[in-house]
Design a protein around this ligand. Structure first.
Ligand code: GAP
Length: 510
């Protein structure tokens, strides 16, 4: 499927099969806000759990937290969000559409990247087995040209944003002759800064109400609880605090489905370390997090690191793990070396010491922080869009299959009686009642079995167990594999143990 067709298919499939719905759809929806349906909520929960187990359960020195969404307003002054959580926006005077100026430039560079990809694909076809991708990327003049141009543009953009030189961002857009995707015109306004936090009020009367913000990241809930957790958990550095939860941003450019939302969920981990060790921990968490992504089996080629040119106000190093979404490589997770900025700043604003006594160094200090931060909705989109495939079978027919990793699939197995009589439904229901204590299982007896297989394929169910007349005689069933469509005859006990192994967290992550 072409990328654009795939993306359209992702949206319609997500809705048709109960994964994602537009929010308050009966009122025509709310821009960039989405609800997760009966299938989506299970996939999202499983992804959250896959992250939580890898971060908290498997690491003795990482503990969890669930801080409130509403926080004291000074939190956001200390964190820098009141003054610096801005996006540069630009309007097109003809379409009256508003864009993020940096995204317009990055999309331009994305097109150069797509050209590089095309050249690579052409050359790979031409040279076959003899093709050396690395050599091609570093020597082909056209590819080198695209790469150099893209790098130079991003460098200049990074510098202009860092220096708050918004006039130069506008100049860059004009020099690159970027047009409004809607009107096709180059009639742009000046670039302005726009704060992304949602404001709200706490209190009964308008006069006495306190101005609050809906948190734009979960991280600050971790920072303000650093001492609570460290002291009550008797934690020794290095240690981490992980949390998942909602965050809110008044995004200017809300598009690309659940990629950029106004209400979304983050999974963040702050790792507290002694000052001076940040370089090694930065390398450690880059490697660890990439390995975790690879463990989901979406293909190592679909990930890449992107080092930040423009560092946020709190960071001394930062990169993104980017994923190849249907609309190109885009940020999936951020890894940031945040120095002692956050704890130091909360110390200053709260007047409370947020320090750690290091028994080895025999001194008190404000710890440094290494952060890993991933958007759960983006992870959902990465997994879902990669999994969705239209396949032509040997007999020429087609099927839509959602090849979700079994460990996160909403339903692990569907149990199907071949026919609705002869005692087969009762056996199938017994199997369901046995399995449901250990995994998500569904029962389906409607329609011919072939149609039921297709329905489960489209829902991403990795296995089907079919109960037929032979089951009555020898207690065996067929276990059908979603991806290969192979079927094997097994005893019920063998099928259960095969399933348990295939969906075990350990089988995927170890
Ligand atoms: N605490 C650091 C932080 O919030 P960020 O790069 O702004 O860093 C981290 O966000 C991750 O949150 C991103 O990599 C992305 O996956 C996700 N994210 C950010 N804004 C989002 C949005 N509007 N919609 C969906 N996910 C978003």
């Amino acid at each position: 499927m072409a990328d654009q067709d795939l993306f359209k298919k992702v949206l319609s499939h997500a809705k048709e099969y109960g994964f994602v719905f537009p929010s308050s759809e009966i009122y025509d929806g709310l821009s960039a806000v989405y609800d997760y349906g009966q299938q989506g909520v299970a996939l999202k929960k499983n992804l959250r759990e896959y992250w939580w187990k890898a971060m908290v359960q498997l690491n003795e020195n990482i503990v969890g937290l669930d801080a409130a969404i509403l926080m004291h307003p000074t939190t956001w002054k200390a964190s820098g969000h009141v003054d610096a959580f801005n996006d540069p926006l630009i309007d097109n005077k003809d379409s009256k559409k508003r864009y993020r100026a940096d995204v317009l430039v990055e999309d331009y560079v994305g097109k150069l990247d797509a050209k590089i990809d095309k050249e690579v694909q052409k050359a790979a076809k031409r040279f076959g087995d003899a093709f050396d991708k690395e050599q091609f990327l570093s020597t082909n003049p056209r590819v080198v040209g695209y790469k150099e141009k893209g790098d130079a543009i991003l460098k200049r953009l990074g510098k202009s944003l860092e220096n708050e030189d918004l006039a130069d961002v506008k100049a860059l857009i004009e020099e690159l002759e970027i047009v409004c995707p809607l009107s096709g015109s180059k009639n742009w306004t000046e670039v302005k800064q726009f704060n992304l936090m949602f404001g709200t009020k706490l209190g009964a009367s308008a006069e006495s109400a306190t101005e609050l913000y809906l948190r734009p990241e979960t991280a600050q809930g971790i920072f303000v609880n650093f001492l609570n957790v460290q002291k009550t958990g008797r934690m020794k550095l290095p240690f981490g605090i992980a949390q998942t939860g909602k965050a809110f941003r008044n995004e200017i450019v809300a598009r690309q489905f659940i990629f950029r939302m106004r209400e979304f969920e983050q999974m963040e981990m702050q790792f507290f370390i002694p000052p001076g060790t940040q370089k090694e921990w930065y390398a450690h968490w880059k490697e660890t997090r990439l390995k975790w992504h690879h463990s989901l089996g979406l293909g190592a080629d679909n990930y890449r690191f992107h080092d930040h040119e423009k560092l946020a106000h709190y960071a001394d190093a930062a990169c993104d793990i980017e994923f190849r979404f249907p609309f190109g490589f885009k940020e999936l997770e951020g890894i940031h070396s945040r120095t002692d900025f956050d704890l130091g700043s909360h110390e200053k604003y709260s007047g409370k010491k947020l320090q750690y006594f290091d028994p080895e160094r025999q001194e008190n200090y404000v710890p440094y922080v290494l952060e890993t931060s991933i958007g759960l909705d983006r992870l959902f989109l990465a997994v879902f869009s990669h999994a969705l495939q239209d396949e032509t079978l040997e007999d020429g027919s087609t099927r839509t299959v959602l090849r979700l990793p079994a460990v996160v699939a909403p339903t692990k197995v569907a149990v199907l009686p071949l026919v609705k009589k002869d005692g087969l439904p009762a056996i199938a229901k017994d199997i369901v009642n046995d399995l449901k204590w250990d995994m998500a299982v569904t029962y389906d007896e409607k329609d011919a079995v072939g149609r039921r297989y297709r329905r489960q394929d489209a829902l991403g169910t990795p296995f089907c167990i079919t109960v037929d007349h032979q089951t009555l005689e020898d207690q065996t069933v067929t276990l059908r594999h979603r991806d290969s469509m192979e079927q094997e005859r097994l005893s019920i006990a063998e099928a259960n143990s095969k399933l348990s192994k295939a969906i075990a967290f350990e089988s995927w992550l170890k």
